[in-house]
Design a protein around this ligand. Structure first.
Ligand SMILES: C[S@@+](CC[C@H](N)C(=O)[O-])C[C@H]1O[C@@H](n2cnc3c(N)ncnc32)[C@H](O)[C@@H]1O
Length: 234
């Protein structure tokens, strides 16, 4: 994942300097101890509450055939894939998250293979998957437009992106908090952006949203404005 940031010209040292964080702490908070060994475990715990799981079930409904999941994480969606899914291609940069996913993958009824490390560069043929799933991931990918262009490229015509993401809240007062909290969130949550307008970004990629549910989940409002829906490749 660090490579993805580096390719954008973002160095943890320079960012740490701007935030007043010294080089050693910057390394620990960046992709050292924190990013590699702590964060994937925290995400694995925090994102499997009954409320989040209920949303996972909703966003996975209707997936079928060959499915690409970007930001596969620790495999928390595996149990919600419908029977119509035949194969899952997982894109996940974190080796620890992938390791945490193994028991879940072992219990699944279909083949799951790690098909890449970076949603910005998919090593898949054009029009080669029936569906793409992304949950709590579009916030973390550095170049979101490139990643969504890749999603569009690999989807078959009429294939669909199923998404469950947090992002830009509608109220200016909450947006102000999202801006204030952004530097801390970016550092502590692996490059997570709090205020991406997920629906706007998806539409900009050329996909057509045919289902969108917008609401706050539980938790701080600057973190919990949720976009859940489906966008098809015309
Ligand atoms: C907040 S976690 C969500 C994990 C999982 N989707 C879930 O719902 O539990 C974000 C995930 O995106 C992954 N990620 C970060 N940058 C990525 C990239 N460039 N391409 C693909 N996945 C990425 C992280 O490693 C992490 O597993």
């Amino acid at each position: 994942m660090i490579e993805a940031y580096r390719s954008q010209g973002i160095s943890f040292d320079s960012l740490g300097g701007r935030l007043g964080i010294d080089r050693r702490l910057s390394t620990v908070l960046g992709m050292g101890l924190w990013g590699n060994h702590v964060l994937p475990r925290l995400v694995d715990r925090a994102l499997r509450t009954p409320e989040v799981n209920a949303r996972r079930a909703l966003v996975c409904a209707g997936l079928r055939g060959r499915v690409l999941e970007i930001g596969f994480g620790s495999g928390l969606n595996v149990r919600y894939y419908p029977e119509a899914v035949t194969e899952v291609l997982a894109i996940e940069p974190s080796n620890l998250a992938w390791r945490l996913a193994q028991p879940r993958i072992a219990r699944s009824a279909y083949a799951v293979q790690r098909a890449g490390l970076d949603g910005q560069r998919l090593e898949l043929d054009d029009e080669s998957v029936d569906a793409v799933l992304s949950t709590y991931t579009l916030c973390s990918i550095p170049d979101i437009d490139t990643a969504l262009a890749e999603v569009r490229r690999v989807l078959k015509p009429d294939g669909a992106l199923h998404f469950l993401e947090h992002g830009l809240a509608p109220q200016p007062s909450v947006q102000q908090w999202q801006r204030r909290m952004q530097p801390i969130q970016w550092r502590l949550a692996g490059g997570c952006h709090l205020n991406r307008p997920i629906d706007v970004l998806i539409k900009r990629s050329g996909l057509k949203i045919d289902n969108l549910d917008l609401r706050y989940g539980s938790g701080p409002r600057w973190f919990s404005y949720l976009y859940r829906g489906r966008a098809v490749r015309p």
